[in-house]
Design a protein around this ligand. Sequence first.
Ligand SMILES: [Ca+2]
Ligand SMILES: [Ca+2]
Ligand SMILES: [Ca+2]
Length: 471
Amino acid sequence: MIRAVTVFLLVGFAISVALACSFAGATADPADSLPAGDATSLHAADANAFSHSTATLPFEKELDFKVGNGIFKKLWVTAPSSTRSSDGLGPLYNARACQRCHLKDGRGHPPAANFPDDNAVSLLVRLGIPLGSRESKPDPVYGGQLQDFAIAGVEIEGRPYVTWSEELVALGDGTTASLRRPDWKIVDLGYGPMDAGTRISPRIAPPMIGLGLLEAVPAEQIVAYADPDDADGDGISGRAPTVTNVETAEHQLGRFGWKASQPTLRQQASAAFLGDMGLSTKAYRFGHGDCTEAQSVCRAAPDGGSEATGLEVSETMLKLVVFYSRHLAVPARRNVTDPAVSRGAALFADAGCGSCHRPSLTTAADADDPALAGHTIHAFTDMLLHDMGPGLADGLPEGDAEATEWRTPPLWGIGLTETVNGHTNFLHDGRARSVLEAILWHGGEAQSARDHVVGLDTADRDALIAYINSL
Ligand SMILES: [Ca+2]
Ligand SMILES: [Ca+2]
Ligand SMILES: [Ca+2]
């Protein structure tokens, strides 16, 4: 019965797409609206648009997805507690649940202007002392990440505080755009001054959709697009980062995080449990999380590890939350037959956006997970690191990435940010207040693409933005 209804809905969808096309007299291929092929979510484009499972996930796996969702939302508590399977939070932490930052499986945002009323949850600050262009070490006292919460009896490390300054950019049609430049400080430091060499790198939580598909793209395919010395002379020199898998000690392609410092969703989730919530997993067996030796009260606080394994997050829980992270579906596109959107697609190509926001990748035909195997996906990323210029540089090398480098973020689903998260704050620290501001911050290898957009007339610029918002 359930299957019959699903088939009916799918047929209904196909017919309505076909009708919409013929009505508009457009020639758009209905497949254009499905960025992940038959794995695309056909649910309504509403506030829950990022929270559905991959459409190709077999019915019998739905329960794992639901239980994984429960762990993603689970509020962890201080140890020791009567619920041994939920304790071990902290001692230092940023949030009590994954979902507190990945709001509605979507995007975080910087703290609002009315600080300290709006806290910085959904944003975190990485810390480090640069040692070379691609190397850094943690702050000796504050470690590799600033935690702005702590369990009772332990001091918080401090809180991120941002002030903004406005900069005007003249556009080719005679109008001006205003960019807000952040100035970050850490206030209320709980453990004395940071090392003079420590750099801070604030990041908002990225959306959770389509990540399993990006994990299933073969590394060779991504590496083949890299052109580190710009041998073809087009000004774009994407670099494929190499990072270490902490469980196998293998060197692998870095894929996740704004600087692509994590090779797999499993390691990304394990690092989040450790750094963001102070919880140990098989990959990182430190119940004290990011507490350094200099933070002795923190180091001495009780651990929430189970008696059998010593781990605060069991292997079963970790696997389920990773399963969940792997199967959040990408929503179908909207307005694909709008003539402005079609023109915007051509302008996107003309401006050279697709050299980094690459329109298509293909997942491995033999990927471990059949629901994700053999898909042509339209994520609009090359998964490579690019020098984005001094305006976006954070001064902090991480993984294999330099201070000026960022991984091209996927653009699929970006047009639903407002619907799902109630804002349009883009880029790694959420500084851009609109798609246009995000584009205007592009520098370095993306300077000429940015300049191309600055030179567009009003109608073309609007068409380009309408296209991005249809993704
Ligand atoms: Ca802990
Ligand atoms: Ca810390
Ligand atoms: Ca090149």
